[in-house]
Unconditional design. Structure first.
Lengths: 187, 118, 552
């Protein structure tokens, strides 16, 4: 059974991870959508039957393949409960950009879920690009996932998460505002 | 004939299958009659991911009583870099190594080419 | 000299811990080789012919002396006491063990060195003009911008699993000493009439199977918007490149498939749609980076040095050294001294630990504690007083580092080739050695003049064979090493790709072929023409005839 990990907590400093129940059913294109129950459908199906699905009184999610452009979903995004991004192969990094665009200019605030070849060694990248739910393919637990996502005390650049980049931390210290001073001890 | 080779996971050295162990000298490697005879050893090697990386079979031939890999690339792997004769396996300088160095080698490299990934 | 602060040091410490953990997971079998490979590549570790190779980053080719000494030490402790400087101004160690790699990386981190992203499908070491900060012809120090890019691209969560590797080069002088048109992104920093800093942004250069020179997609990008513009380029690339054929996944393919107009349109659309305020560095940070490229004040000296002139007058070999290895410095009375790693008959670009330590000592005494790596696989002492050049020369000469051949026919670039690299089809080092031995006579080399020879052992072109006045590509022809010659390439501001001369030849014929071409050049050259100029004027035909008439 696939195991779902979800992140809770506002802000990267308060983030925790836990096991979560799978509440959605993925419905492949060849099958009819069940009458009730929360479902995840393909992009093609959403674009074709979206109006009916989104007014059927339940939560709808969409599963996006690596080559699919989420901009086509812009109109429906505010009503989508979850966007699943497929990692066809962990080395295929397209979902990182897709998630970044979802969280960035498309301002999507629902759940962004990583499925497919989802491995602990990429937890940091996924979390920073705005994923907040994961179905690991390597048996990782929520604790292992969080540990992997927090290996670095600092980050150099801004991403979809809210971690302050080093240049902002430097700026705060220079202005006398920083309270998280870096260690004086040589690393 | 075939020899089964791989690189050690821990130190990257080129090694050669010898009855379930891995030898560092090419000449200590076990010789198989062909792909079929080597298949069980190859399968066993592939089941040792914490010992070796990317096992594969190479062609070998006998020249003047000495065994040598057929492919030029495999000859270099069995010997070492030509710009530093004191580095690599060739530093042993024994008769087998000398013969390997002197041997002529003509056939196209096989097997390894399809394993090369970027 | 750029100094890391505590944040940079903590990044390296955390990276080291992560890599140690990842290596332990691999050794314990918790992750497969397939899962581990991109991780170890992003820490500079290749599995090669005889051992692992560690590629240590030398950001924009600049080294403090404590760093250079640590490279020497690590080469001794974990390798065979030498290293190879590459065409991306990194240092390669060819005999590393995986189980030692975390310790080696930890040792490097203590002096602010690392191997982060020197391989893998991510943004690689950013290279810059090797004379940055020392040359009069630059309008700003390009390394400030290279460092800004380095930080932004380090462990970038969106751009760590790109379709392919990504290389960026920066220059701030009209003379391009960083070959910026040969890379995925080439950046040329200029100053407008109002004094504003802008970048010309070029995209889609790259050598390899299908070589291209980068095309300009933006003539004038305000420098302050650099990172958000690069973000746009990288995002378009990451999203839209194909992922089904590893040989067609560099950005140069995307640019040429879409056409430069359409590619530019997509980048500009992404740039316009992205809020740059989170990505671009505030002026305070740029100023802070700039301040950390601290250079001591230079002495006020006369333009000519009596000691320098006197040494030239009495020692013809020193005079020759000054003709080729000594370049003008932006500050009067000073010079940029090139340290040749191209002794004819030796391995191009290699230096022993002792040689590295000697260069570090000289850098401390005579070059404000700083050394550089040139992409031609040589080293540079950037800030030497003319008065001190004779002493520097004498010390270099004792250590075999004073060959007076910069840009001459024996200043050959050669990749490690099949002697070390599993990607190669043929060896490159012995070819370089045989050519250099043939032209070892310094007088003859000087008469020939500038003649860059570039040798690659495979189509990946790490030896830059597309950019050589003479380029040589090793191929495998029925199991034998054969070499294809090409002519007329260059990596400077008039960049051009070399053209194939004729059928490939076995290695034994190469020195004669080069000799035949050199003689042809000497016979038909006009005033002041370099070999490259004569090729461009006269075309390939005279050289083709000279080479192939011999053979047939």
């Amino acid at each position: 059974m696939p195991k779902l990990i979800k992140l809770d907590g506002e802000g990267s400093e308060n983030q925790t991870a836990r096991w979560a129940e799978e509440e959605f059913v993925f419905v492949p294109d060849e099958e009819p959508v069940p009458a009730t129950g929360d479902v995840v459908v393909t992009v093609g199906r959403l674009l074709g039957e979206g109006d009916a699905l989104l007014t059927s009184g339940r939560r709808i999610g969409v599963r996006v393949q690596p080559h699919e452009q989420v901009e086509t979903l812009a109109y429906d995004l505010p009503q989508l409960a979850v966007v699943e991004l497929v990692f066809a192969k962990f080395r295929d990094g397209r979902p990182y950009s897709t998630a970044s665009v979802l969280r960035g200019r498309l301002e999507y605030r629902g759940e962004v879920r990583a499925i497919g070849d989802v491995l602990r060694e990429q937890a940091l990248h996924m979390v920073r690009c705005g994923f907040d739910a994961f179905v690991p393919a390597d048996g990782s637990t929520p604790e292992e996932w969080m540990a992997a996502a927090h290996r670095y005390r600092h980050v150099y650049q801004r991403a979809a998460d809210d971690r302050q980049p080093i240049f902002a931390e430097r700026d705060m210290i220079a202005s006398g505002l920083g309270h998280n001073r870096p260690d004086e001890v040589e690393a | 004939m075939k020899v089964l080779t791989a690189n050690n996971l821990e130190d990257g050295e080129a090694v050669f299958w010898k009855g379930g162990q891995w030898a560092v000298r090419f000449h200590d490697g076990e010789r198989f009659a062909g792909d079929e005879d080597a298949a069980p050893a190859l399968a066993a090697a592939e089941a040792q991911p914490t010992v070796v990386v990317a096992p594969y079979l190479i062609d070998v031939e006998e020249i003047d009583g000495h065994w040598t890999p057929t492919a030029f690339r495999e000859r270099l792997r069995a010997l070492g870099p030509t710009n530093h004769p004191q580095h690599g396996k060739q530093a042993d300088g024994d008769a087998d190594v000398e013969a390997l160095r002197a041997a002529t080698f003509v056939a196209r490299s096989a097997g390894r080419v399809k394993l090369i990934k970027r | 000299m750029y100094r890391y602060d505590d944040f940079d040091r903590q990044m390296l410490a955390d990276r080291t811990s992560e890599f140690r953990l990842q290596t332990a997971r691999r050794l314990a079998g918790e992750i497969t080789e397939d899962q581990f490979k991109p991780l170890r590549l992003m820490n500079g570790l290749y599995l090669q012919m005889h051992a692992y190779m560690l590629r240590i980053a030398i950001p924009y080719g600049t080294l403090r002396t404590d760093q250079l000494r640590r490279l020497a030490q690590v080469a001794r402790a974990y390798d065979k006491g030498y290293g190879h400087f590459t065409t991306r101004t990194n240092l390669q160690l060819h005999w590393i063990k995986l189980r030692d790699a975390p310790d080696a990386i930890e040792s490097l981190a203590e002096v602010g060195l690392h191997a982060i992203q020197t391989s893998g499908n991510c943004i690689r070491n950013v290279t810059a003009d090797p004379y940055a900060g020392a040359t009069a012809d630059e309008i700003d120090d390009p390394r400030v911008w290279a460092e800004a890019i380095r930080q932004w691209s380090t462990v970038h969560p969106e751009f760590s699993y790109l379709p392919r590797k990504f290389k960026i080069a920066v220059t701030a002088a009209e003379k391009d000493r960083a070959a910026i048109r040969a890379y995925d992104i080439g950046l040329h920093l200029r100053r407008t009439r109002d004094g504003e800093l802008t970048f010309e942004v070029m995209v889609g250069g790259g050598q390899g199977r299908t070589p291209y020179l980068a095309k300009t997609i933006r003539e004038h990008l305000p420098a302050q918007r650099l990172l958000s513009y690069m973000n746009a380029i990288l995002r378009v690339y990451n999203r839209e490149s194909r992922r089904d054929n590893i040989h067609k996944q560099r950005i140069k393919i995307l640019v040429n498939t879409l056409g430069v107009e359409e590619f530019t349109r997509r980048v500009e659309a992404e740039f316009a749609a992205t809020d740059g305020t989170g990505i671009d560095l505030p002026d305070t940070e740029l100023a802070s980076i700039r301040a950390r490229f601290h250079v001591h004040a230079f002495e006020t000296l006369p333009a000519t040095s009596a000691a320098f002139e006197a040494a030239k007058a009495v020692d013809p070999e020193f005079a020759r050294f000054t003709r080729h290895n000594v370049h003008p410095h932006k500050v009067q009375g000073h010079a940029i001294v090139n340290v040749s790693l191209k002794v004819p008959g030796e391995t191009p670009g290699d230096a022993t630990s002792e040689q590295m330590e000697l260069v570090a000592d000289l850098a401390d005494r005579y070059s404000k504690g700083e050394a550089r790596v040139h992409y031609t696989q040589n080293l540079v002492l950037p800030h030497v007083k003319l008065d001190d050049v004779p002493a520097v020369y004498a010390a270099l000469a004792k250590a075999g580092l004073a060959t007076a051949n910069i840009d001459l026919i024996t200043d050959i670039i050669a990749c490690p080739g099949l002697d070390y690299c599993t990607l190669a089809n043929a060896r490159a080092i012995p070819v370089a050695q045989s050519i250099a031995r043939r032209f070892a006579d310094m007088d003859r080399a000087e008469q020939i003049g500038e003649l860059p020879i570039r040798i690659s052992g495979c189509i990946n072109a790490c030896g830059h064979h597309h950019l050589g006045a003479i380029g040589i590509l090793g191929v495998d022809k029925k199991g034998e090493e054969y070499y294809q010659l090409s002519l007329g390439g260059s990596g400077d501001e008039k960049a051009a790709l070399a053209q194939i001369l004729g059928p490939a030849m076995p290695p034994g014929q190469i020195p004669d072929a080069i000799d035949a071409m050199v003689q042809t050049y000497m016979a038909i050259r006009q005033d002041g023409e370099r070999f490259l100029d004569t090729v461009r004027r006269a075309g390939l035909q005279p050289f083709k005839e000279a080479v192939y008439a011999e053979a047939h």
